[in-house]
Ligand binder design. Structure first.
Ligand code: DGJ
Length: 674
């Protein structure tokens, strides 16, 4: 049995690592697997713990006994250790892969299964990893939950004996849960042990947190086995998505920053490129787009300093409402009689890039595509096709569907000067049928996501400079898997600034600010001042989405000022370290800070929402500064040492619905004297 030995701070010598637990005490009701944390348990014999692997062999045997064979190490670009196992009787090979990301102190794990025989093997569960915590109890699990327009709530709860399941069954990770977890023992934002991990997967996932009856805590993570099966054909290999995990002694904030660095450096395609400030037309014009309406918005956006103009839904064939057009990715002849060229040229002449919205995985029954290929959607032939937002889901597992999307979007991108695409996905799955599937229909849960990756990957290869944004009615598809293709996520359809503060805080738990697209819109504009709305959006990748035609001169001027300020500080926000100083999910007064990697510059944002007087403004303790550096903070008179700003803190007085953005600058070093 391959036993897990240790997960914690790095130790200097191999001999320092604890020996595997000796299962001498096992008794007949609780076999050795209940004492020894097996690294990747397959369901077999008396293992009642939650397994990582469950298979049915051709003769009906549902018991997998893995025997260690050998290992191999490949050195580049990052070292990968592969441990090879075989079933003791059947021709099934399992390999556990471990890639070390030393610079980030992260381990990436995935699994491959190979059928070495001549009969198919049915795989009913193949998780990516089991992560085992040090022995003992008193752990807490933190995860994210939510719903459409209310994503990324942080939920922390004690882990008690039994199984806690976090999952998605919607074919995307969904607004309901995120493929991310932390486990801690009395950790805070700033300190304490945190074990954290994620799954790089944009489909159904499952996280199980199991505390056994002998106080062993284990987190399993992988593709959801609910309604899943994979017929592993002779000589076929099945690879799971990767799970990445880490450990820190420095609290939840440090865990987030490790993932932020990793995503920016290793995952997203253009991690070093600052994101342009965009304008998106959705909330201003909805489906009512044409050259005139968009050009009017573009002129004002350009005057305010916007760099990228994005036309959202409504531009393509017959798209006047949400009940027609999806699937027909060519410009509507009434709205754009001469194609998109005229609008794009005028946007470019205004000095802005041009971006476009698409929803390639979907089709409206009222579309040329559906009339030509009604069999291309997910469905069961004997059942009605449930529509949601009047649309059906194309079966992305089919090669003909994949090729069709690649060719239609390639044409669009080749014929037009488009530098940004917002890729939307606006419904959860129903009737996940695939009547002519080559093997088991239940492979759809994996093959659909692989199809999305394939299409997106091909388009990225053909158009490498295009920046893509992942959207699924807001933040329904926000994960490390999609970020290999998309540089940004549309965080939420909720653009009300005070709600956004909370959504953004949840999002930041595992994803960095440069991936977090945030628009300033007109939601609650009579309550929440424009500057407040800007400051909230400036905490991520700034965008504007309000109806600019209705913004008065003074609003446009304030917007221009905020945009110009953001241009000065965006490198700190998008590429620096983020510190959540005071939580907005827990307080009506919140603060967040960004510090450049060299600690010479920073930005502090403070927000006060609805809490009335009398209210005692809390001290804000800055973080991440050089203790021996002298820092000035804009708007605060006297420079002080980094140590003082962090230990003694400062007060940023704010009235209700006011926000402040202060720049920090280190101007010299001071040796600390007490
Ligand atoms: C849902 C997205 O989240 C919105 O931003 C917008 O693009 C609409 N879809 C368009 O249909």
């Amino acid at each position: 049995m391959l036993a897990h030995r240790y997960w914690g701070a790095r130790l200097p010598y191999i001999s320092d690592y604890p020996a595997p637990f000796d299962p001498i005490k096992w008794s007949s009701p609780d076999g050795p697997h209940h004492f020894v944390p097996e690294e990747y348990p397959g369901y077999a014999n008396t293992k009642y713990i939650d397994p990582c692997l469950k298979v049915t062999f051709a003769d009906g045997t549902r018991d997998v006994i893995l025997t260690y064979e050998d290992f191999s190490v490949t050195a580049s670009p990052q070292p990968v250790l592969a441990l090879h196992f075989k079933d003791s009787y059947y021709p099934l090979q399992l390999t556990l892969h471990y890639r070390i990301h030393e610079e980030y102190d992260l381990i990436e794990r995935w699994v491959t299964l190979e059928n070495l025989g001549d009969d198919p093997i049915l795989v009913e569960r193949a998780f990516s990893a089991k992560w085992t915590l040090p022995p003992g109890d008193n752990y807490s699990l933190t995860h994210l939950y939510g719903r459409h327009i209310d994503e990324f709530h942080i939920q922390r709860e004690p882990l008690t004996p039994g199984l806690k399941v976090i999952e998605s069954r919607r074919i995307i990770p969904s607004h309901r849960a995120s493929p991310w977890f932390t486990v801690d023992r009395n950790a805070s934002e700033e300190q304490g042990e945190v074990w954290f991990g994620t799954l790089a997967w944009s489909g159904n996932f499952k996280i199980t947190a199991e505390v056994t009856e002998f106080a062993s805590t284990r987190i399993s993570i992988g593709v959801n086995d609910w309604d899943f099966a994979w017929k592993l054909m002779p000589h076929q290999i099945l690879a799971t998505p990767a799970s990445i995990s880490g450990y820190t002694k420095d609290g939840f904030g440090a865990a987030s920053r490790i993932f932020h660095d990793y995503v920016r450096d290793e995952v997203i395609p253009h991690g070093k490129t600052p994101h342009k400030i965009l304008y998106n037309s959705w909330e201003a014009t909805l489906f009512d787009v044409d050259e005139t309406s968009q050009s009017k918005l573009a002129v004002i956006a350009a005057q305010m300093g916007v760099e990228l103009f994005v036309m959202d839904d409504g531009w393509f064939h017959n798209r006047n409402l949400d009940n027609a057009g999806l699937g027909d990715w060519f410009p509507d002849r009434v709205k754009f009689p001469n194609g998109l060229g005229g609008l794009i040229r005028s946007v470019n002449e205004l000095g802005m890039d041009f971006g476009l919205w698409v929803e390639p995985e979907m089709v409206n029954p009222d579309s040329d595509l559906y009339r030509a290929h009604p069999d291309w959607v997910l469905h069961f032939p004997t059942r009605a096709r449930t529509e949601s937002r009047n649309q059906l889901i194309l079966n992305m597992a089919r090669m003909d569907v994949q090729n069709h999307i690649i060719e239609s979007l390639d044409k669009l991108l080749s014929e037009n000067n488009i530098t940004f695409i917002k890729w939307d996905m606006n419904r959860g799955v129903s009737e996940p049928g695939w009547a002519d599937a080559p093997a088991d229909q239940r492979e759809i849960w994996v093959r659909y996501v692989q199809g999305v990756y394939h299409v997106w990957g091909r388009l990225r290869q053909r158009h490498p400079n295009v920046i893509w944004q992942s959207c699924a009615s807001g933040g329904g598809r926000a994960d490390f898997g999609i970020l290999e293709f998309a540089d940004q996520i549309w965080t939420s359809d909720n653009t009300e600034a005070t709600a956004r503060l909370n959504i953004q805080e949840g999002y930041s738990q595992f994803l960095p600010a440069n991936t977090m697209e945030a628009w300033v819109t007109d939601w609650d504009k009579d309550i929440v001042p424009l500057e407040f709305r800007f400051h909230v959006s400036m905490c991520g990748s700034l965008g504007v989405g309000g109806n600019l035609l209705e913004w008065g001169q003074s609003d446009r001027e304030s917007a221009a000022k905020c945009i110009s300020l953001y241009k000065e500080i965006r490198h700190i926000i998008q590429f620096g370290d983020q510190f959540r100083l005071i939580s907005s999910q827990k307080n009506a007064y919140s603060a967040v800070q960004y510090v450049s990697k060299d600690k010479r510059e920073g930005v502090l944002f403070a927000f006060r929402t609805h809490i009335p007087e009398p209210f005692n403004i809390p001290m804000v303790h800055l973080r991440g500064l050089d203790p021996e550096g002298m820092y000035s903070i804009e708007g605060v008179e006297q420079p002080r040492s980094g140590m003082a700003w962090m230990e003694a803190g400062l007060k940023v007085e704010l009235k209700i619905y006011k926000a402040q953005c202060c720049k920090l600058r280190k101007f010299r070093n001071v040796p600390l004297r007490y």
